[in-house]
Design a protein around this ligand. Structure first.
Ligand code: MG
Length: 156
């Protein structure tokens, strides 16, 4: 059986925080403000996987008021979720919305890292980056957001 899932996430950008996207640290003077490491792309992917399998959402599995999720590496969350679903990922498409820095030179490293975590070829991992043309909280550099769509095989 094939199942599709959608996820999105947004975090405030704060000075002195690490900017982590898809498990890759991106050089920047601002990063995601969060209880966990704030990896906005991984959080969107987790919600897409949980959505495809109708297993709830990231806030249910990893509450942001628990000690065990404090500064938690989001790649560990994704690995745990993938183990629970027992599904094979067919492909991922995603978009990261950020005004600065430009992500173009980091996209392949992010795709490569995600392909390893999800155990699928890099050719099945799409990560796109967009600015918001100066509009809204993303455009003003106050926030980073992400969308993810995932197709799973073997869910029941
Ligand atoms: Mg989040």
């Amino acid at each position: 059986m094939m199942r599709v899932g959608i996820g999105n996430d947004i975090h405030r950008l704060e000075k002195g925080r690490k900017l982590i996207i898809g498990g890759v640290i991106i050089p920047s003077d601002k990063g995601e403000e969060a209880h966990s490491d704030g990896d906005v792309l991984i959080h969107a992917i987790i919600d897409a996987v949980l959505g495809a399998t109708a297993m709830g959402d990231i806030g249910t599995l990893f509450p942001d008021d628990e000690v065990f999720t404090e500064n938690m590496d989001s790649t560990i969350m994704l690995r745990e979720v993938l183990q629970k679903t027992k599904c094979r990922i067919v492909n991922l498409d995603s978009t990261v919305h950020i005004e600065a820095p430009k992500l173009r030179s980091h996209i392949d490293a992010i795709r490569d890292n995600l392909s390893k975590i999800m155990n699928i070829p890099v050719s099945a991992v799409s990560v796109k980056a967009k600015t918001a043309e100066g509009l809204g909280p993303v455009g003003e550099g106050l926030a980073i957001a992400s969308d993810a769509v995932i197709l799973l095989e073997g869910a029941s």
